[in-house]
Design a protein around this ligand. Structure first.
Ligand SMILES: [Fe+2]
Length: 107
């Protein structure tokens, strides 16, 4: 994909959609965190599928342990984003841990 071809040492070769010279520092930091969040979700998926697929019970336990570590990484990034993206914080407060039925959440 085109977005993976650009390399910028300022953002450690992070994929992006705009030229770095057009992006302010706050947006760049949010992009770092959001890209990392995507990578943690991807890692959770990899480990979960591999744990499911392996026939080796010891390897399965390692994969499950690693998968759950990635969930911690995900939650730390989400917390950073919550603290740095007021609109995201508002949405999380409205929807996370709600007792409402799923069909009643959101606008
Ligand atoms: Fe991780």
């Amino acid at each position: 994909m085109e977005r993976f071809k650009r390399a910028d040492p300022e953002l450690n070769n992070m994929p992006r959609y705009e030229d770095i010279s057009h992006v302010d520092q706050r947006t760049a930091e949010l992009s770092r965190a959001r890209q990392s969040l995507l990578e943690e979700i991807e890692a959770i998926m990899f480990y979960d599928e591999r744990a499911s697929a392996t026939k080796d019970e010891t390897l399965k336990a390692v994969m499950e342990h690693n998968r759950d570590d990635e969930k911690e990484h995900f939650s730390l990034l989400l917390e950073w984003l919550r603290r740095n993206d007021p609109e995201l914080e508002r949405e999380l407060r409205e929807n996370l841990f709600s007792k409402k039925p799923m069909e009643n959440l959101g606008d």
